[in-house]
Design a protein around this ligand. Structure first.
Ligand SMILES: *[C@@H]1O[C@H](CO)[C@@H](O)[C@H](O)[C@H]1NC(C)=O
Ligand SMILES: *[C@@H]1O[C@H](CO)[C@@H](O)[C@H](O)[C@H]1NC(C)=O
Ligand SMILES: *[C@@H]1O[C@H](CO)[C@@H](O)[C@H](O)[C@H]1NC(C)=O
Ligand SMILES: *[C@@H]1O[C@H](CO)[C@@H](O)[C@H](O)[C@H]1NC(C)=O
Length: 591
């Protein structure tokens, strides 16, 4: 009798075991399918191995002819010593119950696992999109970002989908030309209409942030800057996207958003771990150095006291508070700096037909108008002669003298007067720079020009000096030949390189130890580095202030559905078992 019992039980168990292995196989298979594993054959081999093992296990047990569950037999015989046939039929019933329950459960889970990933593979993951227009002083760039619709709070989830650079000048250059600024954005916005899938248009937020160019226009003529913003906002509203705002960012915001972008792209806040948990990568954040056309920003985390409250910014991200020092220098962007340098040279040499420029390459000359090219900016106001003719042309003749150029560039900064314990320049407080930095925008281009012109790696202030000395001695044709870049960029490389050198070493005080910790980048993680991404992340609340605990690997709705089904199956199985138990009790009562 026991051998029969044992046999039934054995078959029962083996069936369960087979189904269980099949279930495990399915789980493994679909999990791997989801991760797009290339080598599917390996997986199939593994599957066969498991099935083979089950077969082997079964035959081995058969051979030995032993019941693997002696304890169960003992329990049964202890309970029903009286009637062996009864215990046999009861064991059969138990077996049926367990088998049915397990089968039910596994079938459901199996079906779910088969159905869900298959659906996901058929349909491309549905992305959400966001558009940011970076309205800089010299030009406007548009960035389209995307992220999976169901996940948006993690670091590294948002990526750049595409970008577009509007032709013509920055929106501030259209002041006094109604309609011009809005028209200049049309080609890029039309591209966005094509780049973002149609069904997402009305859900796609669009932001426009204007920076130092508009800050300057706002100083010169606030009516005109408001006019330009209004006109641009109306243009954005006329597109099928969800218009959010068109504003002028403060220098502090611009700096902080750049810092957020850099650290988000490098996953310095949190990282999605292999185990499906958000982890704190335990990395230091890195500082951000931005050089635009009209302003430059420095932002880094500091533990020192920030003596000037305008320079302090606290950000609460992913449950951690970051104390930042941030400073934006208006008129220290490369275009405005070059204007100031010209104004300075004209002021020191006097207003005359020929002005020599030590930073322009030898034999290079260029005719400029005193009004629109030099003094028509709030940045050059202090250099403006009492009386001058704005229409007067001046021939600027390059001399290519490194030392003289450097001297003039240093004179553009003021290192006197500091009302704090320490300053960078122009009386602005700055704690000592700390940690690594990423330098982007015009810093990146300047660095890459110096590199391709001289092949010198910038690993110390003295090597930077050597490299710039070489650059300043080159003629414009040498430069255009080496870099394959047009002369309009090359004529300024010596001046801007010296400016960057003075700004970094004398201004921000990067020294032998800290200068090598600056990496010059244009992109990180496939996205352009700038303030635009940080601005969108912040305005759309995609960086929560609270810590991310466990994030579900499945989309929330699917997750809830699966959970529900699991519970239902569990209840059915329990109910069925309880029913059988009661029936059994009743039968025992009758007997
Ligand atoms: C500002 O611009 C408007 C429109 O172009 C003009 O009417 C006004 O006079 C300007 N104001 C100043 C202070 O220049
Ligand atoms: C200016 O450059 C042109 C060629 O580009 C040259 O012919 C001319 O002599 C230069 N003028 C001066 C003053 O160096
Ligand atoms: C930096 O390094 C250069 C040479 O590598 C050396 O001459 C100079 O004294 C160093 N400066 C400091 C502040 O250590
Ligand atoms: C992301 O975080 C914000 C703010 O904490 C929250 O409102 C939102 O529901 C979160 N989104 C997801 C998908 O978790």
């Amino acid at each position: 009798m026991f051998s029969l019992l044992c046999n039934i039980w054995l078959n029962c168990m083996l069936l369960t075991l087979s189904f269980f292995s099949l279930f495990v196989c399915l789980v493994v298979y679909f999990l791997l399918l989801r991760t797009d594993l290339e080598n599917k054959t390996l997986l199939l081999q593994g599957l066969f191995l498991i099935i083979k093992n089950v077969q082997e296990f079964k035959s081995r047990i058969r051979e030995r002819g032993i019941c693997p569950l002696r304890w169960y037999r003992r329990t049964l015989s202890a309970m029903h010593t009286a009637a062996e046939p009864a215990s046999s039929s009861m064991a059969l019933r138990y077996c049926q119950v367990i088998f049915a329950a397990v089968l039910l459960l596994l079938a459901f889970v199996g079906i779910l696992l088969v159905v869900l990933p298959a659906k996901e593979i058929e349909m491309p993951p549905e992305d959400m999109y966001g558009i940011v227009l970076d309205a800089g002083s010299s030009h406007t760039s548009m960035y389209i970002y995307k992220w999976p619709a169901d996940k948006q709070n993690g670091t590294g989830i948002v990526s750049q989908h595409s970008e577009c650079h509007a032709k013509g000048g920055g929106i501030s250059s259209y002041a006094g030309f109604p309609g011009g600024a809005a028209r200049s954005l049309e080609p890029c916005l039309d591209q966005a209409v094509k780049d973002v899938p149609k069904f997402r248009h009305h859900q796609t937020p669009v932001y426009l942030g204007a920076t130092a160019g508009m800050r300057l226009l706002n100083i010169v003529n606030a009516t005109e800057s408001q006019q330009v913003l209004k006109e641009v906002a109306n243009k954005l509203r006329s597109y099928p996207f969800k218009f959010k705002e068109a504003v002028i960012l403060s220098g502090q915001e611009e700096g902080a958003y750049g810092w957020v972008t850099v650290n988000y792209l490098l996953e310095n806040f949190v990282k999605y771990g292999f185990v499906g948990r958000w982890l704190n990568p335990g990395r230091e954040t890195i500082g951000a150095l931005d050089l635009g056309g009209a302003s430059t920003q420095i932002t880094f985390e500091t533990s020192e006291e920030v003596e000037e409250k305008h320079n302090a910014k606290e950000l609460k991200l992913y449950g951690k508070t970051f104390r930042l020092y941030t400073q934006s220098f208006l008129c220290y962007g490369q275009d405005q700096f070059l204007r100031k340098l010209l104004a300075h040279l004209i002021k020191t040499q006097g207003v005359k037909a020929n002005v020599s420029h030590p930073c322009y390459p030898q034999q290079f000359n260029m005719s400029i108008k005193l009004g629109e090219d030099v003094f028509d900016s709030p940045c050059t106001k202090s250099y403006r002669p009492a009386k001058f003719n704005p229409q007067m042309s001046v021939l600027v003749v390059g001399t290519g003298e490194y030392q003289n150029c450097l001297k003039n560039v240093v004179e553009m900064f003021s290192f006197k007067d500091c009302n704090y314990s320490r300053c960078s320049f122009d009386g602005v407080f700055q704690p000592p720079v700390k940690g690594s930095f990423m330098a982007f925008s015009a810093f990146y281009f300047t660095h890459s020009y110096i590199n391709s012109l001289t092949n010198i790696a910038i690993t110390s202030p003295s090597r930077l000096k050597d490299a710039i000395r070489l650059v300043c001695n080159m003629t414009i044709s040498e430069m255009t030949e080496k870099t394959k870049q047009p002369g309009k960029y090359m004529k300024n490389v010596c001046a801007v390189s010296n400016f960057v050198q003075v700004l970094l070493t004398k201004g921000y005080r990067f020294d032998n130890d800290s200068l090598p910790s600056i990496s010059f980048e244009r992109t990180a993680g496939g996205a352009s580095v700038g303030w635009a991404l940080g601005y969108m992340l912040n305005l759309s609340n995609m960086i929560p202030a609270e810590r991310l605990e466990l994030m579900k690997a499945l989309p929330p709705r699917l997750w809830a559905g699966i959970l529900f089904l699991f519970i239902v199956v569990l209840l059915i199985a329990l109910g069925y078992l309880l029913l059988t138990y009661k029936k059994q009790k009743a039968r025992e009562g009758v007997m």
